[in-house]
Ligand binder design. Structure first.
Ligand code: SF4
Length: 398
């Protein structure tokens, strides 16, 4: 029940404590491009890790709010483990001095980068949670997706992390790819994968349906006529069996956990807590003195580094958007409705000092459509509402 105590009475807005902040550090470097990937990342050899680590710390120093209480730190990418351990430790030592003693620190890692020595270094540096980009345990599927590891490297990485004392190991999996144009076969393989997951020392699972993003290699292959994705019935069957076969409970559209080991960082974001994004392409949600802003750092690594080195007090931003209370309230409700936790629209509105609840009728329509359930002023998304989440978004934004 590692993280459930942060979520008193299973209510999402209990995560919302004024003054609490998260940090997201984006490391936009990868060893190779996966064939489905449209994230902001670049293949660099060598990675400018020391310069990048220094600039991350500079940005933190210049842009951190005065009175923040930092409760989570998430190193994502890209591939954060392309940074040397010395650079990672430098960032964690520098920023770590400001963090809460009970902080959750997550590192996204690729299996081929996990060694006993590195795992021990990460543990000693204060990392509490590892999120492994496994995607599949099938060698032909890994090749099809363009990943840099094989099944044995994936299993080995999990074993090493568990033996190094990591209690919180999360893995990412992708479903819906269909390299042999045989959806039934892929459903069977997916079920075996989930049964394997149940036997592994992992407590968290993120499952993503493969989507074909424009201009990725897999998108080009499909444009030439080769089917890449499983049919819709197969996808629905794959989604429907995740909880039962993996032995984990769904707490958000794509996320599952064992015994309450959810990602505190992600749940805090869905609860509407502000976060500071450090690094090229990182996004922030900033709240200060009644102003709510969404910011995105420049996504070009060189431009972000140059801007930060030349004008450290400026924000080296790609865009900055002020949110009205009404827009932010709608976003908070939509984020809450992605989860399986209970939430109170009234408490969310109160946290924004908003005296009206303009979306109440629409929430009740979602209840009548079986997308939300309600009890004593609290709401929770049903399993139908998780499947048809876009419909809830539509209702909230009508
Ligand atoms: S490792 Fe992740 S970020 Fe990098 S190319 Fe692959 S999917 Fe994209």
């Amino acid at each position: 029940m590692k993280n459930l105590h942060f979520l008193k009475a299973n209510q999402l807005e209990a995560m919302y404590i004024p003054g609490d902040w998260g940090i997201y550090i984006h490391v936009p470097f990868c060893v190779r491009r996966c064939k489905y990937c449209a994230f902001v990342s670049t293949v660099r050899r060598p990675v400018p890790d020391w310069e990048y680590a220094r600039d991350i710390c500079t940005q933190f120093e210049m842009q951190k709010p005065e009175k923040a209480h930092w409760t989570t730190l998430y190193l994502g990418g890209g591939t954060p483990t392309t940074l040397s351990d010395e650079a990672l430790v430098y960032i964690l030592d520098y920023i770590g001095a400001s963090l809460d003693s009970d902080v959750e620190i997550t590192l996204e890692a690729n299996p081929e980068h996990v060694t006993c020595e590195r795992a021990q270094t990460w543990k000693s540096a204060g990392i509490t949670r590892i999120s492994l980009g496994i995607q599949s345990f099938e060698n032909d599927m890994l090749q099809f997706l363009g990943r840099g590891h094989d099944r044995s490297a994936a299993l080995n990485a999990i074993e090493i992390l568990a033996q190094s004392g990591f209690e919180e190991i999360s893995i990412d999996l992708i479903y819906g790819a269909n390299p042999g144009n045989d959806s039934a076969f892929e459903v069977t393989r997916w079920k075996s994968t989930l049964q394997l997951v149940k036997t592994l020392p992992v407590v968290h699972l993120s499952c993503y349906e493969l989507t074909l993003e424009e201009n990725t290699p897999l998108w080009s292959v499909q444009k030439k006529g080769q089917p890449i994705l499983c049919d819709e019935d197969a996808i629905l069957e794959m989604m429907a069996c995740i909880e039962e076969l993996s032995g984990m409970s769904q707490y958000e559209i794509s996320n599952y956990s064992r015994d309450g080991y959810f990602s505190r960082h992600n749940v805090s974001c869905w609860a509407g807590l502000p976060y500071l994004g450090l690094g090229a392409a990182a996004h922030s949600l900033v709240r200060s003195e009644g102003v709510i802003e969404r910011r995105a750092n420049l996504s070009n690594v060189r431009k972000w580094m140059l801007a930060l080195e030349n004008e450290p007090k400026q924000f080296s931003l790609d865009f900055c958007e002020k949110l009205t209370i009404e827009t932010h309230l709608a976003e908070r409700l939509m984020l809450a409705a992605r989860t399986r936790f209970w939430w109170s629209p009234e408490a969310i509105a109160n946290s924004l000092k908003c005296s009206e609840l303009p979306f109440m009728n629409n929430l009740m329509t979602a209840v009548r459509e079986g997308l939300l359930e309600t009890q004593g002023g609290l709401f929770r998304t049903t399993s139908k509402g998780i499947r048809l989440n876009n419909r809830i978004d539509e209702l909230i934004f009508i």
